[in-house]
Design a protein around this ligand. Structure first.
Ligand code: ZN
Length: 465
């Protein structure tokens, strides 16, 4: 009884303590968030200096030193560091300060107003990626204020140019100032928590990603008058080749991440869906085949996660209706799995096309370096899983992104990078409110939950044990 009374008392004290503290923190992190949302850093042109100036001021007010690194005017990257004991290598937390562009006519509330309405915060960058600027900044400030003892340095990087001009951002930092950000682990955008019908369904943590490449097909044949059809018309050959490549189903190639993804997804799905997620993992093509065919038709993102993918995207052929062109080209968007051998894959595409009049070659593209996936049995992945359970009561799905992120440059340097993100409603995408949509928004309560989650993860990974 005495014991119970003591614990009750402790509980009351703890609750009062939290209640007294939390609103002030919530107010503060929201203030930082709205402040950076109100700075227009749309890329192009980028102009991230306003956001960097704001963040720098907050750090310096509390005695956290910052450094800026800039390749081009008005496009600074900011680094701030909290020193740990040096017992372990640093943790890097990243946020990009630029956003995609806006068409103001499409916005109910002005895109840089950070308007709070109906439980949401509206503005360009609310989920891509100023939530990380605010959550990262707040985490650093709290660690410093609370004098949290750290086993490893925590480095905050606000990077420019993520939205298409990585040369001034992560490429510049990775290639020319890696010393400033060299870490064992990094946290960046790329994952997120999915809500369906208002309830949290699962959390994705991005541990690897596909590599963007391009194949160019060139068909050649005699030029001629359109009035006299030719069997070796270059465009006919090209069309057949494009169709063959697009209709080809490259073999399934699973890795640790994708195997765990489908296995865990099965554990939270309806029996019918769960069967497909499990079947697609089977080495027996008779078992995996029907599930794979279903995904290709009904859930193409899953089909893309299973293999190197090909999408024809551009054709460059002909210049007038009555001339058969002698040379025509098509481009295929190819996303290779991290373990794909590019030479062997190109050879396989050649075989599929099987036409000597069509040249098949890799083309130049803003690609990403190849890198090993981040581990699932690491300190950071475990901290993420624990905190996803604690804050979201959800299953963690390690995820291979089909698109490319800035993490690739750091993974290529040996960093273990994990992509995370706040909870968003799956219904919000079709309504036009996601990252890169006409409008962008987040539930204020989810922003706050994310900020708490973020702090706890960083503290668990870097705090003294
Ligand atoms: Zn982004």
């Amino acid at each position: 009884m005495q014991k119970l009374r003591t614990s009750l008392l402790l509980l009351v004290v703890a609750t009062v303590g939290l209640a007294a503290q939390a609103p002030a923190l919530e107010e503060e992190v929201l203030r930082h968030y709205q402040a950076v949302l109100r700075i227009d850093s749309t890329d192009p042109p980028g102009n991230e200096s306003g956001v960097v100036a704001y963040v720098k001021e907050q750090f310096e007010k509390e005695g956290i030193a910052t450094q800026t690194f800039q390749l081009e005017p008005n496009r600074p990257n900011l680094v701030a560091r909290l020193n740990g004991s040096g017992g372990k290598k640093p943790l890097l937390i990243m946020a990009h300060t630029d956003t995609v562009n806006v068409d103001p006519k499409k916005w109910t509330f002005p895109p840089f107003s950070a308007t709070r309405d109906g439980g949401y915060v509206y503005g360009r960058g609310t989920v891509d990626n100023k939530q990380d600027v605010a959550a990262g900044l707040m985490t650093m400030l709290r660690l410093k204020r609370d004098k949290v003892a750290l086993d490893r340095d925590v480095i905050f990087l606000a990077e420019a140019g993520e939205e298409g001009t990585t040369r001034v951002g992560i490429m510049f930092m990775a290639n020319q100032h890696f010393d400033a950000i060299d870490s064992e682990y990094c946290l960046a955008e790329g994952g997120g928590v999915t809500r369906v019908g208002g309830a949290v369904k699962y959390a994705s943590v991005a541990t690897t990603e596909k590599i963007p490449r391009a194949i160019e097909l060139t068909a050649r044949g005699p030029a001629g008058h359109g009035s006299i059809p030719l069997q070796n018309n270059a465009l006919t050959h090209l069309s057949t080749a494009v169709a063959a490549a697009a209709n080809w189903v490259p073999p399934i190639k699973l890795n640790e991440t994708t195997a765990a993804y489908f296995k865990r997804l099965a554990s939270i799905s309806s029996p019918e869906e769960a069967e497909r997620y499990r079947n697609v993992l089977s080495p027996d093509p008779n078992v995996s085949g029907p599930a794979d065919a279903y995904f290709r038709k009904e859930a193409p993102i899953y089909a893309s996660m299973l293999r190197t993918s090909i999408s024809p995207t551009m054709v460059n052929a002909g210049y007038r209706v009555n001339v058969i062109p002698s040379e025509v080209k098509a481009t295929l968007d190819v996303r290779t799995t991290p373990d794909e051998d590019p030479d062997k894959f190109l050879e396989a595409v050649r075989k599929v096309i099987n036409d000597p009049s069509v040249e098949v070659a890799w083309a130049a593209r803003d690609t990403r370096p190849n890198a090993a996936p981040a581990k699932l049995d690491s300190e950071v992945f475990r901290a993420l899983e624990n905190n996803i359970t604690k804050h979201y009561s959800a299953v963690t799905l390690p995820t291979m992104l089909t698109g490319a992120t800035d993490m690739a440059y750091l993974r290529a340097k040996g960093m273990q990078c994990y992509g995370i993100g706040p909870a968003t409603d799956i219904e919000d995408g079709p309504k036009g409110f996601w990252a890169h949509s006409d409008q962008e928004r987040i539930l204020e309560s989810e922003f706050q939950r994310y900020a708490r989650f973020y702090y706890d993860v960083v503290r668990d990974v870097a705090g003294k044990r």
